[in-house]
Write a protein that binds this ligand. Sequence first.
Ligand SMILES: Nc1nc2c([nH]c(=O)n2[C@H]2C[C@H](O)[C@@H](COP(=O)(O)OP(=O)(O)OP(=O)(O)O)O2)c(=O)[nH]1
Length: 137
Amino acid sequence: MLSLLHIGRVVCGLIERGERLLIARRPAGKNLGLKWEFPGGKVEPGESDEDALHRELEEELGVRVNIIERLTPCFHRYPDFSLELISFRCVLADTGEPLSREHEELKWITPDEMSQYEFPEADLPVLEEYRTQQRSP
Ligand SMILES: Nc1nc2c([nH]c(=O)n2[C@H]2C[C@H](O)[C@@H](COP(=O)(O)OP(=O)(O)OP(=O)(O)O)O2)c(=O)[nH]1
């Protein structure tokens, strides 16, 4: 029998700077390797989603952020595991550049450029919601 692992809540940050958003490329050896994602990670037991976001962004990028808005959470089932992805629009709290401590590469892209990058399937509704928001006045 196939057993499907539910990894629980994963938070990620859509970090905005002017018209651009930060995307990060997952390392080759990790699951969903070389896909582009929004930095973040798994929420630990007893932690709030917001605390998890701040912890992960500090660990992965060495940055502090201010949260602007929580987007609609998405449940997604991959062939071998499922997760709930909770995304937040945010901005950098300080002037320093994010560091690529755990990713293959970081890039600042415009919403129009998103379609040129391969994101995990769980991110597709997030990208759609974000682009729709950008188009509305
Ligand atoms: N950070 C992040 N993870 C995503 C996104 N989309 C998506 O499907 N995921 C998946 C990939 C991973 O299976 C999971 C996040 O776990 P992770 O392994 O990157 O995070 P972590 O730092 O908590 O994990 P670990 O290496 O400590 O085990 O969520 C996304 O946009 N950002």
